[in-house]
Write a protein that binds this ligand. Sequence first.
Ligand code: NAD
Length: 256
Amino acid sequence: MLKGKTALITGSTSGIGLGIALSLARQGANIVLNGFGDVTSPKAQVAAHGVQVIHHGADMTKPAEIADMFAVATATFGGVDILVNNAGIQHVANVEDFPVEKWDAIIAINLSSAFHTTRLAIPAMRAKNWGRVINLASVHGLVGSAQKSAYVAAKHGIVGFSKVVALETATTGVTVNTICPGWVLTPLVQKQIDDRAVRDGVSVEEAGRGLLGDKQPSQQFVTPEQLGELAVFLCSPAGDNVRGVAWNMDGGWAAQ
Ligand code: NAD
């Protein structure tokens, strides 16, 4: 379905971003990976789907590096048809204890980077009259949780940002939407489970069950594969008129 298209997914060396990259590759899209850490294994997993794949290590806090990533993607594949703004970090602390540099980093990576990528992606998408921008917010784009001020502010921000760009492109073939996952078992959440196990003096397994029990009625983690298939749907012709939505896949979290 996506043969001949190019998808750029920020923060796709791990977790949800890698899951979405693999789902889009399975549909035939060429892939621009981004993110830190091991690159060899993610590239090999994508290439196994018979598509072309490159990695660019742009730091999402640095607009000049983001611009270079777009220049490389355009030089390699002729443009970016599907942009997935996924890179994100977390820090947990009460607001009065929240380190200023953590606040700045979370706003830069989880929110401002989507502005920089989107402003660079939209002109070529408009020119082709086809494009998809998919922003990874969180259920924390819809509701709050204590000790996550920067994350919740950034995620509510990206939901609003998506609505605005969706309106600006509403008469074109470019759609802009947000996906809002509940708990997904990735390194970002594993750290919170490990911290909880230490805090409560329980096993990691018990801490994981406690985390789900607090918020996620399904008592199951959402998976990167499920989120990848939602991204595929948004890229399909059936998604042509899905515009400006914040679509949660959260095991019932926001229904409470
Ligand atoms: P993860 O830690 O597994 O992956 C994060 C990715 O972002 C990695 O590839 C990492 O290298 C990259 N990254 C981090 N800082 C970066 C930077 N400065 N520049 C470029 N890349 C950077 O996390 P994840 O759980 O897969 O999270 C992905 C997205 O999904 C995030 O936006 C997160 O907020 C969101 N999300 C996660 C959950 C969850 O439960 N895991 C729930 C809702 C939303």
